[in-house]
Design a protein around this ligand. Sequence first.
Ligand SMILES: C[S@@+](CC[C@H](N)C(=O)[O-])C[C@H]1O[C@@H](n2cnc3c(N)ncnc32)[C@H](O)[C@@H]1O
Length: 278
Amino acid sequence: MNVRDVIASVPREPFIPEEIFVRNEAGWLVPLRRSDDPEQWRERVEVDGPIVTRAEPDPALPGEVCDPVTGRGMISTSSSSAPFIMARLIEAMELEPGMRVLEIGTGTGYNAAVLARITGAGNVISVEIDPVAASSAREALKTVGLPVKVVTGDGEAGYPPGAPYERIIVTASAHTVPYAWVRQVRPGGLIVVPLAATVHPDWPLAVLKVQDDGTAQGRCLGPSPFMPLRAQHVSARSVQETEERWAAAGKPEASRFGVTVTPAGQRIWLDSPDNPVV
Ligand SMILES: C[S@@+](CC[C@H](N)C(=O)[O-])C[C@H]1O[C@@H](n2cnc3c(N)ncnc32)[C@H](O)[C@@H]1O
């Protein structure tokens, strides 16, 4: 199965709302409505890039600084990921038809649709924290004939009623992998999760295998920059500290880093689990 071909077989357009957001010359996120500029809207849908679909005032800024009309102080809170990044994550999942999958971060529902095309819609559950995004994803998934179950809630808790899963895919970044995900995956199953730049400056993708003893362990792959899970924002300062620590260690490749998750918490290591670095 070629993941890029599967992605190409699912239309993206039904998942993209009438109003999307683009950066203006000042770098601010401004609305772009399909009805105002159908050509530019369509161009965004066809390009292999991310599309911002929800924007909110940056909670780190004073309210009066933010303005949805000019885009000043607005940040992206949901998007349709770039198809090439989706492919990177789905390839790492080593999916087979019939596998039970939990996705954290439904967003537009487009990635869930691709997962459903591979495993069957009845095998995919997706959790989204933003009720507006969850509701339009549900509609779009029905429209394309892939009625995935979309749950509105905090995906950091996973979704126990659907467990056990063979795979969990997270389409937002985490600095800390919640143990709830490990508990809900069968031994031998995989958790594919983009890590925040608190491990390596590339925002690497981690692929963790759940072990018989109820822990999960695995290594990092190449870059997979994603917006953070709602409660897992990282400060510019901690990103800078990661960069400094990494430079002081001789700039090791992301693939030399690994992660172990146990009920007691998470350990990041370099080369081997008995060489913890954070
Ligand atoms: C990059 S978007 C996901 C892209 C999506 N998979 C798609 O195909 O359109 C990240 C999404 O994660 C959601 N999110 C953030 N924190 C979450 C959490 N704790 N639980 C569930 N969803 C969360 C955001 O609201 C956002 O919609």
